[in-house]
Design a protein around this ligand. Structure first.
Ligand code: PMP
Length: 399
């Protein structure tokens, strides 16, 4: 029995992976078990923004692994302070609470907002409301899927938590109308990733900042996918100078090597956590902190946000210039582009399969969207290669 058959037999079937068995990665390329090379235009949903197995990150990982990796938060370590200080400096916020996955950091933000609403705003415990947007993706815990718009994420998994009010994404007035005395926070993605790279109207983030300030509630941005250079700025909120009260980061924070996430916030909000109120065995461990800090340094040293702005504009233009009849729309910001396909002509999954045959990895969303989200280290020539392969794949699926 080969590795693929074994996986099919023993793994839960909660994914439908493309039929590619990856064994190695370096920079923007990955290789399968036959030695075939693929251009990675997904970068693990932005977790691999620095590229696969970046030498500096691998060095930070191995160096720290040889010292101490997971002593737990029951003790101090020499790595946590420097890591969180850099995270806070970049975010322009005061304190950070490290976790592992994006969903855990979102849960942390929800807890912080609810307790803050209770302690500071006098909202009765259990009555706190958080406003979220339709089409959101914030993770897979039962609390989080409870306010997802996707039936597949929810079916049979109830009962779900109350206290979430869903409004249309991109509609600032709907948020204004939804605010009531029990509202403690607004939680949105500055650009919706899993929804298919959906950009809100210009001015939306700034409008939310003003609405939340005026109402005396918290603005929380989930930048698990949009953060750390992906959209052409360190954080997507910078496009509208809309610094949130709480910022959630993950994915690229682990340098493509580890799960590392954090909730970053103001002193006032973070003060709601007292010893014993929240935690994680692995959150902020020295291995994660060493790699996380090095990832933040690599992103800055290699000017990955600036690269994302410049090369993302190029990628967007090249994708628009494809002008294939199966393409309905092309949108994006930075190296984060969504291509909307006519599913009758070119089902997105079929295009992804054709791409894989040609040596490029992407991921379909809702059978209608192809995502292009390469490592931010990608070059112009590699973008040209990706666009050429995409043209060929579209021509094959929808001739
Ligand atoms: N928030 C956003 C915006 C995401 O895109 C994701 C993952 N796609 C998550 C949260 C959840 O992250 P994780 O899978 O690490 O729990």
């Amino acid at each position: 029995m080969d590795a693929k058959q074994l996986e099919d037999r023993v793994s839960a079937q909660n994914y439908a992976p493309l039929d590619v068995t990856l064994v190695r990665g370096a920079g923007v390329f990955v290789w399968d078990d036959t030695g075939k090379r693929y251009l990675d235009m997904m970068s693990a949903y932005s977790a691999v923004s620095c590229g696969h197995s970046h030498p500096r990150l691998v060095a930070a990982l191995t160096e720290q692994a040889n010292r101490i990796a997971v002593p737990s938060r029951a003790y101090r370590t020499d790595r946590l302070g420097p890591f969180l200080a850099e995270l806070c400096r970049l975010a322009g916020l005061d304190r950070a609470l490290p976790m592992n996955t994006g969903a855990e950091a979102v849960e942390t933000a929800i807890k912080a907002a609810r307790r803050w609403g209770h302690d500071r705003r006098g909202v009765a415990d259990g009555a706190q409301e958080i406003i979220v947007a339709a089409g959101n993706f914030h993770g897979r815990t039962t609390t989080i899927v409870g306010f997802s718009s996707e039936a597949a994420y929810r079916r049979g998994f109830g009962p779900f938590a109350s206290g979430f009010v869903t409004v249309p994404y991109g509609d600032a007035d709907a948020i204004r109308r939804a605010i009531n005395p029990n509202t403690v926070a607004v939680l949105v993605e500055p650009i919706q990733g899993e929804a298919g790279i959906v950009l809100p109207p210009d001015g939306y983030l700034a409008a939310l900042r003003k609405i939340c300030t005026d109402a005396g509630i918290l603005l929380i941005f989930d930048e698990v996918q949009s953060g750390l250079g992906r959209t052409g700025r360190m954080f997507a909120f910078e496009h509208e100078n809309a610094r949130p009260d709480g910022l959630i980061v993950g994915k690229a924070l682990g340098g493509g090597l580890l799960p590392v996430s954090a909730f970053i916030s103001t002193q006032d909000v973070m003060d709601v956590f007292d010893p014993g109120s929240h935690g994680s065995t692995f959150g902020g461990n020295p291995l994660a902190a060493a790699v996380g800090l090095e990832a933040l340094r690599v992103i800055q040293d290699e000017k990955l946000a600036e690269r994302s702005a410049e090369l993302g504009a190029y990628l967007l233009q090249q994708a628009r210039d494809l002008r294939h009849p199966a393409i309905r729309a092309v949108r994006g910001r930075g190296l984060w582009v969504g291509i909307d396909l006519d599913p009758a002509q070119a089902p997105a999954r079929a295009v992804c399969e054709a791409l894989a045959r040609r040596g490029m990895l992407s991921k379909e969303t809702h059978e209608t969207v192809i995502r292009l989200a390469p490592p931010l280290t990608i070059s112009r020539e590699e973008i040209d290669l990706g666009i050429r392969l995409l043209r060929e794949a579209l021509d094959e699926v929808a001739p």
